[in-house]
Design a protein. Structure first.
Length: 234
């Protein structure tokens, strides 16, 4: 087992063993466990009762957090003509077509989200081996392949995050920074969980929200009471 540092151990002492915290308690506590010199990201890990091996049980999408993530995302847009002008006016950090594809093929991936108009996807497809493993490939399911570039860019800049089950059925997502006040973290947390509940696959059987844990970048996990999760029917 890896040995944790003194700050982590001190933070871990704040968490009661075997206790499942109500959401508001967990949010208050996670702020207290942030001990790094930088503003740590507050992250949520959700274990879902799904089998991602089956296409009809995969959970994937995007949601705009009401108070953002505390990080300004760098957005690249693959577009031509009037659409490239629209992207620039909407605040895209980089806009291009063949030139942008070549730049990325040359090793440049200094961005957080890629957006493309549908007509550009044939060209963008060449970048699958580069963008795919990094989770940067534009996808219509999360709104990053679209003709409405203004809306897509505005939502991303405002705090839109993507979520996707991993091979074990877990969702990992940021909900803000430790410097956020509790109310903002709580609202972002609720928005994420509400969204996951709404997109529950019809094929998923049994308990859907198996476990929820909240933590900071460098801190210990705080288990949340799933029976009192937002949107959960008592």
């Amino acid at each position: 087992m890896p040995k944790h540092g003194k700050k982590y151990e001190e933070a871990a002492k704040l968490i009661e063993a075997d206790k499942l915290y109500d959401l508001d308690e967990a949010v208050e506590l996670v702020k207290k466990t942030a001990s790094a010199k930088f503003d740590e990201t507050v992250e949520v890990a959700v274990k879902l009762g799904v089998d991602p091996k089956h296409a009809d049980q995969q959970v994937r999408g995007a949601v705009v957090l009401p108070f953002g993530t505390g990080k300004t995302k760098r957005v690249v847009v693959f577009a031509k003509g009037e659409k490239s002008k629209e992207a620039e006016q909407a605040g895209a950090d980089f806009v291009g077509a063949e030139d942008l594809v070549e730049k990325i093929q040359g090793g440049w991936v200094d961005f957080d989200v890629a957006v493309a108009t549908p007509d550009m996807m044939g060209m963008v497809g060449r970048l699958g081996k580069i963008l795919g493993p990094r989770g940067l490939m534009p996808n219509p399911k999360v709104g990053t392949v679209t003709l409405d570039l203004t809306r897509a860019i505005n939502e991303i800049k405002a705090g839109k995050i993507q979520y996707r089950t991993d091979k074990a059925g877990n969702i990992h997502a940021p909900i803000g920074k430790a410097s956020f006040d509790s109310e903002k973290l709580l609202k972002n947390f609720q928005t994420l969980i509400d969204t996951l509940i709404k997109v529950k696959p019809a094929a998923a059987k049994g308990q859907y929200l198996r476990s929820i844990t909240v933590s900071t970048t460098m801190g210990p996990g705080i288990p949340v009471n799933t029976l009192k999760a937002p949107g959960k029917k008592e």
